[in-house]
Design a protein around this ligand. Structure first.
Ligand SMILES: Cc1ncc(C[n+]2csc(CCOP(=O)(O)OP(=O)(O)O)c2C)c(N)n1
Ligand SMILES: [Mg+2]
Length: 578
């Protein structure tokens, strides 16, 4: 058997796990690992400019490909810089393995140089963490880390490795395990057959059914099965912010996103439904609005891999714990066997009602924002982006108004194309996320929809784009303000803009992009929007920063009325409500 050092075993184990690339940043405690990287050529390393970006890039690589993303950081500040990215992945259930260097074992606890208790600091935001105490166990620990990250409800796993455990002078027999045993970790592999039958019966008896599908359907690779179920039953579908693309966004049965900035027709349909089929969604507060007023007439089926997600905020009438793909497959089987279908008249009048709501409120069929002024509206930029990219691009985003406009105005046709931080809402996610996606798919169109606020949180990554020739297109909706903060200040604080304005001190983003060796394009007029965007996407090999001057007074609508509102209570513009 081959004998390898801890550092070499780590790299070999990653290769044996099928890892093609890792995103990282070196430092003292990780130097043996970095030397091992230098001496092999199975796993590629992408050098970012800040550890937060390493985690976001690895996370987005995972979101886009469905594989486990890997980040590598050093101890102390490297590890703490990774924390925001780990929390981001945790909140959105993204499988990721983060390897952190640690000070040498016999110095742990002595406040050694660059020591931080990574296992302790990351504990509430990981699925599991390992501190390597025996170098010989590195292959087994890596195997376990990938298994834990990717099975059940996915999530990040930290592997903290003291420097002495990767030292080149101590070698151990290397073998990558085929199988691992984990006592007390047994994620469900099938849903309960009786519950599945009951759920289908309830659906078939419904008069006003709706499917409410979240990010779990995408993570569980079940979008095609969800689509099949929805089409077989001819029921309406809404997706959460995280679920966009789980059902084709351009399909007639799709009602748009639901929730705080969801489509009115989607929230209305939820509110008036008699059966809600929730799958891979977690009844998050940005969806339910006031839980006690949530969908008063509805019986709820809730399918989720994580038993802790069920009845956490809203009680489920029929809970089903299991992987979304196998549960949906079983449901389709039940439907094939029963041949029973929904009451055609009831369903027809439900669809007629939905069409009427669409007529009144749909955001995409005609503009609901005012285009009489000279300034470009942010919504128009997203619609133009959709047109220019044929709806085929990977879109990453940051956090703020621009994120909500992207979610509303770019109907995602496929899963894994909409890459955003929904749970944690992390500004700074967009650019490193776009890098992770572009690295995975070098020929794909990748656009980062961002704001001038968010982009400055990881702007240094423009340098990483230069080094690895990542031709991402940054579409900055520049409203010269922390727009979402300002919107809330308009609505709840009589427009007292406390610390949300900085227009006199913004950089010239064109010059900034050029300083990094990229192309900068400024768009200020409506009539140049589409042509310039088309030119931008024609520059296939270049990173392009597109700085679009948009109306600074625009708000995101619709917007649920809080506190104490129900799903259907929404502002539809600055003065009118549902
Ligand atoms: C790291 C972080 N800090 C603060 C916030 C709070 N926050 C949410 S949106 C927002 C404003 C974002 O401004 P910008 O990126 O310009 O987007 P806009 O809303 O103007 O489109 C802020 C400060 C956050 N989500 N993340
Ligand atoms: Mg802004």
């Amino acid at each position: 058997m081959e004998h390898l050092s801890g550092g070499d075993m780590l790299l070999r184990a990653l290769a044996d796990e099928g890892v093609e690339c890792i995103f990282g940043y070196p430092g003292g405690a990780a130097l043996h690992i970095y030397d091992a990287i230098f001496r092999q050529n199975l796993v590629r390393h992408v050098l970012v400019r800040h550890e937060q970006a390493a985690t976001h890039a690895a996370d987005a690589y995972s979101r886009a490909t469905g594989r486990v993303g890997v980040a590598l950081v050093t101890s102390g500040p490297g590890a703490t810089n990774a924390i925001t990215g780990i929390a981001t992945a945790y909140m959105d259930s993204i499988p990721m393995v983060v390897i952190s260097g640690q000070v040498v074992s016999d110095k742990i606890g002595e406040d050694a140089f660059q020591e931080t208790d990574m296992v302790g600091i990351s504990r509430p935001i990981v699925k599991h963490s390992f501190l390597v105490t025996d170098a010989a166990k590195i292959p087994e620990i890596i195997k376990k880390a990938f298994y834990l990250a990717s099975t059940g409800r996915p999530g990040p796993v930290v592997v903290d490795i003291p420097k002495d455990k990767t030292a080149p002078d101590k070698c151990f027999p290397y073998q990558y395990p085929d199988k691992i045993k984990l006592r007390s970790y047994n994620p469900a592999s099938r849903g309960h057959a009786g519950q599945i039958k009951k759920a289908m019966q309830l659906m078939l008896e419904a008069k006003r059914p709706i499917i409410y599908a979240g990010g779990g359907v995408i993570q569980g690779n079940a979008s095609h099965l969800l689509t099949q179920l929805a089409r077989t039953l001819n029921v309406p579908v809404t997706n959460t912010l995280m679920g966009l693309g789980a059902y084709p966004g351009d399909d007639r049965q799709f009602l748009g996103m639901l929730g705080m900035h969801g489509f009115v027709e989607a929230n209305y349909a939820m509110h008036h439904a008699d059966v809600i089929f929730a799958i891979g969604a977690r009844f998050d507060d940005r969806v339910t609005n006031t839980p006690s007023k949530f969908c008063p007439d509805a019986k709820i089926v809730h399918v989720d891999i994580d038993p802790a997600a069920i009845s956490k905020t809203v009680r489920a009438d029929i809970p089903i714990v299991g992987p979304v793909d196998s549960v949906l497959a079983d449901m389709l089987q039940v439907l094939t066997e029963s041949q029973q279908r929904l009451d055609a008249d009831a369903l027809a009048s439900w669809w007629a009602q939905i069409e009427a709501w669409r007529q009144d409120y749909n955001l995409l069929s005609k503009p609901r924002y005012d285009t009489s002024g000279a300034q470009i509206k942010p919504q128009e930029v997203i619609s133009a982006l959709y047109e220019v990219t044929g709806g085929e691009a990977y879109i990453t985003s940051d956090v703020g108004q621009h994120q909500m406009f992207a979610a509303q105005y770019y109907p995602f046709k496929y899963p894994r194309r909409w890459i955003n931080s929904g749970g944690l809402g992390t500004m700074g996610f967009g650019l490193p996320a776009a890098m992770g996606v572009q690295y995975a798919f070098p020929d794909a169109q990748v656009a980062c929809v961002t704001g001038e606020g968010s982009i400055q949180m990881c702007i240094q990554e423009l340098s990483t784009c230069t080094q690895y020739h990542l031709p991402v297109k940054i579409i900055c909706l520049n409203n010269q303000a922390l727009g979402m903060v300002k919107q809330w200040q308009d609505m709840q604080y009589s427009s007292r803009y406390s610390e949300s304005l900085y227009e006199d001190s913004l950089p010239d983003f064109i010059k900034l992009a050029e300083a990094y060796g990229h192309v900068g394009v400024r768009i200020t007029r409506r009539d140049e929007l589409k042509t310039k965007l088309a030119e931008v996407f024609a520059m296939k090999d270049r990173t392009v920063f597109v700085d679009v001057a948009v109306d600074a007074m625009e708000h995101v609508y619709p917007m649920q009325i809080a506190p104490n509102g129900a799903m259907r209570d929404m502002w539809i513009n600055k003065t009118e409500r549902t």
